[in-house]
Design a protein around this ligand. Structure first.
Ligand SMILES: Cc1cc2nc3c(=O)[nH]c(=O)nc-3n(C[C@H](O)[C@H](O)[C@H](O)COP(=O)(O)O)c2cc1C
Ligand SMILES: CCCCCCC(=O)C(=O)O
Length: 357
């Protein structure tokens, strides 16, 4: 039977992946309140559609960091794509190249950045970076992705420690031995029995990371820096003051702090504070084209999907991710037209029924 919406892909993935892999992808932290609220928050928002506006032609294109993409939905960084499909991130990269959108490659990819670029040489990509205690490791990967033509660095700031994901603990989930964090092959070795997250030594990431490390990162790269994991106006203001080029409003898909806000609920205070000085993106809970429309109406320049891309991989690799992206593109185009918007420039706050919020 045809899969017609993203939840169809979710059901397929749940049925076909091993329980431990499914649990890892689905996980939220603790009671999963924030993970679930990311989706529920969209359902609380109502739109104010305009009519009789000649929507016979519609244009979903936009720009991010000055580059045109086909529609305002990219792929958020998620780890371990080879768990879902044997070609892993290579398949994801090919799908995003085909749909002309942005793919943020995770530090914890199971294909190397060199393999990803070779598979989809024309693709538009950003690289997601975690900061390591051993800064040389971070510097080396930054140099590699810069040389490979990645267009921005996405600095993830919400993982000083990994959130408590109960099923992963119950399942003692770890990357199976035939898969590797390919960007650091052989680097993350450790003695048996030492603390680990998913088979990776637990103490590699630096929990002392602070705003001064943004200056350090700027000193080692010419790439634009986008901070992922901002949820408050105070931190958005600091991001602007530290000279970064963008923010991703994100709670890591509800996998880190449980009890934080849904990202769509956090967006407005950040947009009001930033006042257009840098681009603001959002991820978390995007499952339909009207979710995309709502996020853009509230001020996001582009949104990113995490789990739905992995569901697409689990279904049919590259083809599955293409289908997921195509469905979102089609639904977004339809939602735009049904609310009277011919292009993304016409999407604004007037579309949102604030009296209900
Ligand atoms: C399985 C999984 C792995 C993830 N791995 C990373 C990662 O390596 N780096 C990162 O910055 N965010 C990671 N994230 C968070 C995503 O980038 C994104 O914030 C989140 O998935 C968005 O929510 P959604 O899944 O509801 O679309 C991961 C999320 C999931 C579900
Ligand atoms: C050692 C930390 C592993 C993190 C794995 C990727 C990730 O961010 C996730 O949410 O899962």
């Amino acid at each position: 039977m045809a899969l017609v919406c993203l939840t169809d892909f979710e059901e397929y993935a749940k049925e076909h992946l091993s329980k431990a892999t499914w649990d890892y992808y689905a996980a939220g932290a603790d009671e999963c309140c924030t993970r679930d609220d990311n989706l529920l928050a969209y359902k609380r928002i109502r739109l104010r559609p305009r009519v009789l506006r000649d929507v016979s032609v519609s244009d979903t294109r936009t720009t991010v960091q000055g580059t045109e993409i086909g529609f305002p939905v990219g792929i958020a960084p998620t780890a371990f794509h080879c768990l879902a499909w044997h070609e892993g991130e290579v398949a994801t990269a090919r799908a995003t190249e085909a749909l002309n959108t942005c793919y943020i490659t995770s530090t914890y990819s199971t294909c190397s950045v060199e393999e990803i670029v070779a598979a989809a040489p024309g693709g538009y990509r950003w690289f997601q970076l975690y900061v390591y205690r051993d800064r040389k490791l971070s510097e080396q990967i930054v140099q590699r992705v810069e040389a490979l033509g990645y267009k921005a660095l996405v600095l993830t700031v919400d993982v000083p420690y990994t959130g408590k994901r109960r099923n992963d603990i119950r399942n003692q989930f770890k990357l199976p031995p035939h898969l590797k964090v390919k960007n650091f092959d052989g680097v993350f070795q450790q003695e048996t029995g030492a603390p680990e997250d998913y088979g990776i030594p637990a103490n590699t990431l630096d929990p002392s990371i602070s705003w001064k490390d943004v200056y350090w990162l700027q000193s080692i790269t010419r790439l634009p820096i986008i901070i992922k994991g901002i949820l408050t106006k105070e931190d958005a203001e600091l991001a602007v003051e530290h000279g970064v080029q963008g923010i991703i409003v994100s709670n890591h898909g509800g996998r880190q702090l449980d009890g934080g806000p849904a990202t769509i609920d956090a967006l407005s205070e950040i947009v009001d504070t930033v006042q257009g000085r840098i681009e603001i993106y959002l991820d978390g809970g995007i499952r339909t084209g009207s979710d995309v429309l709502k996020a853009l109406a509230l001020g996001a320049k582009c949104v990113f999907i995490g789990r739905p891309a992995v569901w697409g991989l689990a279904y049919k690799g590259e083809e599955g991710v293409r289908e997921v992206l195509q469905i979102l593109n089609d639904e977004f185009r339809l939602s735009m037209a049904l609310s009277g918007c011919r292009n993304v420039a016409e999407i604004n706050r007037n579309l949102i029924q604030f009296s209900r919020l």
